[in-house]
Write a protein that binds this ligand. Sequence first.
Ligand code: KMH
Ligand code: ZN
Length: 305
Amino acid sequence: MKKIITAAITGAIHTPGMSPYLPITPEEIVNDAVGAAEAGAAVVHIHARNPENGEPSSDLELMKTIVSEIKKRSDVIVCVTTGGQIGMTVEERIAAVPYLKPELASCNAGSFNFVLTAALKRLEPKYAWETEYLQRTEDLIFTNTFKGLTHYVKTMYEHGSVPEFEVYDVGMINNIAYLMNEGIIKPPVYLQFVMGILGGIPASVKNLSFLHETAKELLGDQFHWSVAAAGKNQFPLTSAAAAMGGHVRVGLEDNVYLEKGVLAKHSSEQVARIRGVIEALGHSVATPEEAREILKLKGNHAVSF
Ligand code: KMH
Ligand code: ZN
């Protein structure tokens, strides 16, 4: 079976004090994305950061610069985040989709507590914003209401972008099934099970199996699925997913380490490692073209960047 490796390059969870290798500037993000693609990623999941201090940024021009440079250097599929930051409206979070018309865009499938305060224990902040940014998540509900979800998916379909549903807990599969039955979400859907975020489902093989079984019950055979897992759970859970028939996501957005005590210098190192697991299991990695075929994407000639 062809396995899609997604590399989530920098995200909005980790802060510069957690790793000197976290890509910050557009140039660093682009280089890491291209490197991840060369190592075997068919998809790169992209967030932007303020180049001055590494703070997560929703600046559309920054995002455009990053994704256009990636496209110049690689035919990798670009998945643009709609995760946003605390306090952003639905309109602000979706804005990159009409602007860039990406092949894939993240679509967070439900609301939940998204808590990053555990990282404060070990944090040696490089910039002043980091501590407060993490502290604020103690009172954060990552808001993804049914009204919001409906708006995200409608906007994505209007612009030819396929939603990648980020599923942080089992009830979110039910949200997708409901909106599919209502005719709002079009099957087949692409699910990214994001495991091990505090506030979401704990990362265990038992829970992965529960997510997968629930998706089969509620969505029939109308879904593709992949797994991302936070921190030290990244390789155990992505390896389990590869063995169970799923696709995988790695990258510094989810885990700044390559192994215990060893920081990953680039997402490509994690891509190479999970690629080894996939190949040891007798599978091969999907090229971007093969991933486009599996996920029925429009192709990068049809994006607007
Ligand atoms: N902003 C984070 C809380 C995504 O990329 O869609 C989650 C997030 C997910 O950004
Ligand atoms: Zn993300």
